[in-house]
Design a protein around this ligand. Structure first.
Ligand code: FMN
Length: 373
């Protein structure tokens, strides 16, 4: 095989006992392809087969709920009962069958859960709903649910699990000074606010043993009274100490994503790379950068400049699953680019329709439509 044009992008990496064949990973991307109720569906398998075939070293499957009360939508994958194991096994083996490492992200959506009685660290209103503050007993139950879900990820045959500490979901709600107003040992100074995610990680590691666990990491909430790098760096260091396999960085939550200045910022290429670089300065575990890394040349320079160790592609890989193969040849120009002006995928997902990209061929769209249940 010819030598790759971008040498940093195609350099293998050892990650907590796993070997990544290159620096390209898929960042989790929920598109509403699971069946209603959260079972693995034929469309979900088709989607992840395409992603794994791309040649990316590692595919991190979108968020899967650890309990019904923490589920983000009716089509969120479920990982809260052994009845979901056979579907999850198929998903893991589909990805691994294409010679990519397979991971599953596990999550509790907390105050953003798609339920009538959401729970959160504190009763801080969001989008006109007031979540109920968790009791200490419920906190322990949720920690056990994370551990049980992680064990299912391992049993299903995935290579690793990822804790979803991004997007403003429950793990990050505890870390944020805006959403955690508790007066017990889980609230107050940052050392207390990181207690919940750190205990979750410990419980998870206790049950999964020698099995890599990564973390989707909220660096900055992009809200004036929210979580910022000064405090999130403290969590990053603690995660490193407890043996996290990698930190996958991101910014923003549902409460900042749709602010005009954030919409503008998130249309820019590499809009979250500075967050990755800031965390990389604080720890030595591998760091993933994501966010409109649309060209291999940009990805290569992020790695060469040591702003991150791995490149996370979400929509960028979904729009053109040939991205890694074209990158290998240095053929940046033929990559189908996700247009910053377009939000068709989001609109379709929000309407409960199968997401497709307007850049796809008619035939490809038809396959996705046909497989949707
Ligand atoms: C429709 C949609 C669904 C997403 N689902 C998830 C998810 O399940 N878990 C997660 O950690 N991030 C999720 N993200 C964030 C992506 O992983 C990624 O950080 C973001 O889309 C920027 O990367 P990109 O420009 O390559 O898409 C989602 C983003 C979008 C647009």
């Amino acid at each position: 095989m010819k030598k790759p044009v971008y040498k940093n992008l195609f350099k293998p990496l050892k990650l907590d006992g796993l070997r990544l064949k290159n620096r390209i990973t898929m960042a989790p991307l929920y598109l509403g392809y699971a069946a209603m109720g959260g079972k693995v569906s034929p469309l979900l398998l088709h989607y992840y087969r395409e992603m794994a075939k791309s040649g990316a070293a590692m595919i991190m499957v979108e968020n899967a709920s650890i309990t019904t009360n923490g589920s983000g939508s009716p089509r969120t994958i479920k990982c809260d009962h052994n009845r979901y194991l056979s579907g999850l096994e198929k998903l893991a083996s589909t990805i691994k069958g294409e010679k990519s490492l397979a991971g599953l992200q596990i999550n509790h959506a907390g105050r953003f859960a798609y339920v009538s009685d959401p729970v959160a660290p504190s009763a801080v209103p969001t989008f006109e709903r007031i979540p109920r503050a968790l009791t200490k007993k419920e906190i322990t139950t949720i920690q056990k649910q994370f551990a049980n879900a992680a064990l299912r990820v391992k049993k299903a045959g995935f290579d690793l699990a990822e804790l979803h500490g991004g997007t403003g979901y429950l793990l990050s709600q505890f870390v944020s000074p805006r959403t955690n107003k508790r007066t017990d040992t889980y609230g107050g100074p940052i050392a207390n606010r990181i207690k919940f995610p750190m205990e979750v990680l410990k419980r998870v590691k206790d049950v999964v043993g020698d099995f890599p666990v990564g973390y989707r990491f909220l660096v900055d909430e992009w809200l004036p009274d929210g979580l910022h790098i000064k405090e999130s760096a403290i969590l990053a260091k603690s995660l490193e100490k407890e043996g996290i396999a990698y930190i996958s960085t991101m910014g923003g939550t549902y409460e900042s994503f749709f602010l005009p200045e954030i919409i503008k910022k998130s249309k820019k290429p590499g809009y979250m790379v500075s967050l990755a670089a800031a965390i990389k300065k604080e720890v030595s575990v591998p760091i993933i950068a994501a966010g409109r890394i649309s060209t291999p040349a940009r990805a290569e320079s992020i790695l060469a400049d040591k702003k991150a160790d791995l490149i996370g592609l979400a929509r960028m890989l979904w729009v053109d699953p040939e991205w890694p193969k074209k990158a290998r040849k240095g053929d940046d120009r033929s990559i189908l680019k996700c247009s910053p002006k377009c939000d068709a995928c989001l609109q379709l997902v929000m309407q409960g329709k199968p997401a497709y990209c307007p850049k796809w061929s008619k035939e490809k769209r038809a396959v996705y439509r046909e497989l949707f249940q």
